[in-house]
Design a protein around this ligand. Structure first.
Ligand SMILES: *Cc1c(COP(=O)(O)O)cnc(C)c1O
Length: 304
């Protein structure tokens, strides 16, 4: 039994236009709130089969929550090391899944280094995006689209470290859809893929300067960079304001709350970015995310 659920694939009247149908793959409805459980759930099952007795994560975001959820379901203890900057909300969501939360260091780098130092022989370290097992697990969302009988002519998704991108590309390949255009959306200040593609090398952002914290990988995975180039992924960078506005609009349109990290992909469709020109049947990965509350979204929206 997989740890993720098969999510609805909804044809959206609200996001469609006269010349474009839009299909929403509703990963926001996964029990831990995001697509992450597909890859992390699969990886955790594999690690248990290989003898792991504990999972260690350093993500205060959706990856940490997914790891905690997977551990509870599998009966395996989970330790999540987060930096002091991690919100009370995220800590509470991780603790609610019965994982142990340790707060260490001022930044993700310090928390991550501490988490790695704690990994013993019987532990599995659960990376938020850079693990082939994760990509294999994420790919199942494309299998479901294919089984539903929907044939898209483009895919829109958000990119942080690129785990979702690698998973979707793998899913497209194994379903014979490798030629579909893929539109990879980031927010300005978290645009490590866009800048890497422009520079022709895997640059490291000096810092993350976006409210879309789930997109905040300073450097994308090597595999994501390589695959984005060979596939010809179309990169889009939008503002935080556009991402938040899309979250608010989506709440009204589809009655579902998502984070700005997911709002970025929605904003590309709401705003009909030129990278979508000529696409008439668009699949949007509604990746979800639970680390931003409705009140937080409204506060950001009023400030913008
Ligand atoms: C993790 C995450 C992303 C980015 O995924 P990557 O695999 O890091 O590219 C986007 N949106 C949400 C809600 C996430 O949790």
């Amino acid at each position: 039994m997989a740890l993720h659920i098969e999510t609805p694939l909804i044809e959206s009247g609200a996001l469609a236009s006269a010349q474009r149908k839009v299909w929403l793959k509703m990963e926001a409805l996964q029990p831990p709130g995001s697509f992450k459980i597909r890859g992390i759930g699969y990886a955790c099952e594999q690690y248990v089969q290989r003898g792991a007795r504990r999972f260690i994560s350093s993500s205060g975001g959706n990856a940490g929550i997914a790891a905690a959820y997977a551990g509870r379901r599998l009966g395996v203890p989970v330790l999540v090391v987060v930096p002091e900057t991690t919100s009370e909300r995220a800590r509470a969501l991780i603790a609610r899944e019965q994982a142990k939360v340790i707060v260490h260091g001022a930044s993700f780098q310090e928390a991550n280094a501490h988490a790695l130092s704690l990994v013993g022989e019987q532990d599995a370290f659960i990376h938020p995006f850079d693990d082939p097992l994760l990509w294999q697990g994420h790919a199942s969302m494309i299998d479901e689209v294919r089984r539903a009988g929907v044939v898209p002519d483009a895919v829109v998704l958000s990119v942080g470290g690129g785990g979702l991108l690698c998973g979707v590309l793998q899913g497209l390949r194994r379903n014979g859809w490798e030629k579909l255009p893929v539109i990879a959306v980031e927010t300005a200040g978290a645009d490590s893929l866009a800048q890497a593609m422009a520079a022709g090398e895997r640059i490291v952002l000096p810092a993350i300067a976006s409210i879309a914290t789930s997109l905040g990988a300073r450097q994308v995975a090597q595999q994501a960079f390589n695959e984005a180039r060979t596939h010809g992924v179309r990169s889009v960078v939008l503002s935080d304001a556009a991402a938040v506005a899309a979250c608010i609009r989506f709440m009204d349109d589809q009655r579902v709350v998502v984070e700005p990290a997911c709002g970025a992909a929605l904003a590309a469709v709401y705003g009909a970015v030129p990278q979508l020109d000529g696409c008439h049947n668009v699949l949007v990965i509604v990746c979800g995310g639970v680390t931003a509350s409705v009140a937080q979204l409204q506060a950001w929206s009023e400030r913008a």
